[in-house]
Design a protein around this ligand. Structure first.
Ligand code: BTN
Length: 325
């Protein structure tokens, strides 16, 4: 735990004024060092009351607090979040995480940013990433699974995100194959998995998670307005990005351990439960081809099994699904 996290932990634990001397004693630093840290934390968006007689009291945390995320997950996380790196602004957390993975950063390292200038979506699209609104997070994994099973990492992440969003915000999030987080027919978030692999093994994978949390519909460009939503738009209330991030990390840690220890089956079973695609009439666009049929299920490798009008089943590995009413 670094000094910022330690001060936040002490202030949160006390829930009242705590004297500068007590903080300094506990942390074994000078009172001047405490005062300097408090000012740094204020600049990071923490609201503190300071009284010469009583000390400091934490009134409000920023809605994305790296100190609180680190403080909340230390202790229980097995793999995910052993190291968390935070940026105010970055080009893309995925691009940076791939660079760090290449340099040998450990499995479980997380990159979180408050804004992205070059956020990437699936199929070469851009991902809208304004400051102070949403969650942009990438995680480095080094799973000992064959490259043909890589899609399970995306399915697992979609399961973790949908479960976390449901639990924290009560928004009824579902998954549209393969990795869109949806509320009814509007997109709430998405997952972009990038991997480096050869024929036999995955060297590393990066799971990129983007979730619209407090984004207002009027802040979206017109082409997105009609098909996207955010947790705030669904509930009418701003949601803490810290709480959502902690719950996603918690869920990812649980599902990743399950995947490594038990295998793909529980992940696929949970994905099927959370899916809004299976059993529906859908139109799937794969490059220049369009297929219409019933989305029957997904196979062991996460491919969509589409039953065509002539009753044959087409396996689809990547594409865009539109649910037909
Ligand atoms: C999609 O197209 O549905 C996937 C969107 C993934 C966006 C996230 S935001 C964090 C991470 N960094 C990126 O550049 N993209 C992913």
């Amino acid at each position: 735990m670094n000094n910022n996290e330690e001060i936040i932990r002490l202030l949160k634990e006390k829930e009242d004024f705590i004297s500068g001397a007590e903080i300094a004693n506990t942390m074994k630093v000078t009172r001047t060092a405490v005062w300097k840290r408090i000012n740094i934390l204020r600049e990071k968006g923490y609201t503190m009351e300071a009284s010469p007689a009583k000390g400091y009291k934490l009134l409000k945390s920023p809605d994305l607090s790296i100190e609180e995320i680190r403080g909340s997950i230390s202790g229980w996380s097995m793999i995910i979040g052993r190291e968390i790196i935070f940026f105010d602004t970055i080009t893309s957390t995925n691009t940076y995480a791939m660079e760090l993975a290449e340099k040998g950063y450990p499995e479980g390292t997380i990159i979180i940013a408050d804004a992205q200038t070059g956020g990437k979506g699936r199929l070469g699209r851009k991902w809208l990433s304004p400051q102070g609104k949403n969650l942009y997070m990438s995680i480095i994994l080094r799973p000992a699974i064959p490259p043909r099973d890589a899609a399970i990492l995306t399915l697992m992440s979609a399961v973790a995100c949908a479960s976390a969003i449901k639990r924290i915000s009560s928004v009824p999030a579902s998954i549209k194959w393969p990795n869109d987080l949806m509320v009814s027919d509007r997109k709430l978030g998405g997952i972009l998995t990038e991997i480096k692999a050869d024929m036999d093994r995955i060297f590393h994978a990066v799971i990129g998670i983007g979730i619209n949390i407090n984004l207002e519909i009027e802040d979206m460009p017109d082409e997105i307005k009609i098909c996207a939503t955010s947790i705030k738009n669904e509930t009418g209330n701003a949601q803490s990005r810290t709480l959502i991030a902690v719950e996603i990390i918690n869920e990812l840690d649980r599902w990743y351990s399950m995947l490594l220890n038990i295998g793909k089956k529980p992940v696929i079973a949970e994905w099927l439960k959370l899916s809004s695609t299976i059993g529906r009439a859908v139109k799937v666009t794969v490059g220049n081809n369009v297929f219409t049929g019933i989305a029957e299920t997904i196979d062991e490798e996460g491919m969509l099994m589409l039953k065509l009008p002539d009753n044959t089943v087409k396996k689809i590995s990547a594409g865009d699904v539109a649910i037909l009413r």
